[in-house]
Design a protein. Structure first.
Length: 340
């Protein structure tokens, strides 16, 4: 059964990489209407001309503004909340702006969805929300807490709010692979902050599959993670260079503001509660109340041993495996096809 057939779906931040890919999938699934809420009228106009599909409507607005969120929410069945400030360095310099968009804006989306009787809201988060060391990760961690607090505090809501957490999405806007491709085309060395860094790798198609899984299977407050392989940034750079048929010239530039050596998709505490769903992990909501008196009187069972699910202990891809994965990206296939 296709739950999206004839449905109305609102996507915040819908002109970004995730949103555009999600829209394509929804149109293929026979969606009744897709509503794009975003601030950038130029990107909206470009997307409108590219799609040329009457089922897609565009709303100029900002998740910080509850009124503009409400305008795109009426009679929606599903909401995909992708609007965010995502760049680590810019959030380090302007953390107040990260809070306004990623935390306050997310609360506006969730509350508006509840007020309009939306069936399901999926909020996009990031591995940087786990053990956060930068403002972007901290604001995303608070976004997760905002979504989960709604589920905990509003058990009678018709709206199921859940969270998906993902690692680096390959060839998304602002990610490193397009940077490497551009540098190679311009004959420049590949700039790497720290070659030993490890990162999860996930395609845009897989990110859409994760969101669809959450839409169709979530209980209120659930957190979903897609299992993903990882590699070092050095291996990724060498894979892109070899695929493009050029020698790999790497220049180390040092770690940027707020960067981590590895990323974590699930903490050890979350792994204790997680259930394995094959391609995904599901972490249910901790629905306990604020009354902790029984734990003072009775204590709690000793927690079992568990480890984080991070980019150091995930499946590590070697150069050939990384090349095989990157070569499957439509953008790389297009480039390799042109070269051939």
């Amino acid at each position: 059964m296709n739950d999206f057939n004839g449905a109305t779906v609102t996507i915040t931040g819908g002109t970004g990489s995730f949103g555009k890919t999600m829209v394509q999938h929804l149109l293929e699934d026979g969606v009744g209407q897709v509503r794009i809420l975003s601030r950038d009228e130029a990107k909206q106009d470009e997307m409108r001309q590219e799609l040329d599909d009457g089922r897609v409507r565009f709303f100029i607005g900002d998740v910080r503004d509850r009124h503009s969120v409400d305008s795109a929410m009426g009679s929606a069945d599903f909401v995909f909340h992708a609007a965010a400030l995502k760049q680590v360095p810019s959030c380090e310099f302007f953390p107040d702006q990260a809070v306004k968009t990623n935390v306050v804006g997310s609360q506006n989306v969730v509350e508006s969805a509840h007020a309009h009787g939306v069936r399901s809201v999926v909020c996009l988060s990031t591995d940087k929300a786990v053990y956060p060391v930068n403002a972007m990760g901290m604001s995303k961690a608070l976004m997760e807490k905002t979504a989960q607090a709604f589920a905990r505090n509003t058990p009678g809501s018709p709206t199921t709010v859940s969270v998906t957490r993902y690692g680096n999405v390959m060839y998304s806007r602002g990610s490193v692979i397009p940077l490497f491709v551009r540098q190679i085309r311009e004959g420049k060395p590949l700039t790497i902050t720290e070659p030993r860094m490890t990162r999860f790798l996930m395609s845009l198609e897989e990110s859409v599959d994760l969101v669809k899984h959450a839409f169709l299977h979530a209980e209120p407050g659930d957190l979903f993670v897609k299992k993903a392989p990882a590699c070092t940034v050095d291996t990724l750079a060498r894979a892109v260079a070899e695929l493009m048929g050029v020698p790999c010239d790497i220049r180390r530039i040092g770690m940027r503001h707020g960067e981590k050596m590895s990323e974590t998709l699930l903490s050890r505490e979350e792994m204790l509660k997680a259930t394995d769903q094959g391609d995904y992990f599901r972490v249910p909501l901790d629905a306990r109340s604020l009354d902790y008196s029984k734990y003072v009187d009775e204590g709690e069972d000793h927690a079992a041993e568990a480890a984080d699910f991070d980019s150091d202990n995930a499946e590590q891809m070697d150069l050939e495996q990384t090349k095989a994965l990157v070569s499957q990206l439509p953008e790389m296939q297009q480039f390799l096809g042109v070269r051939a």
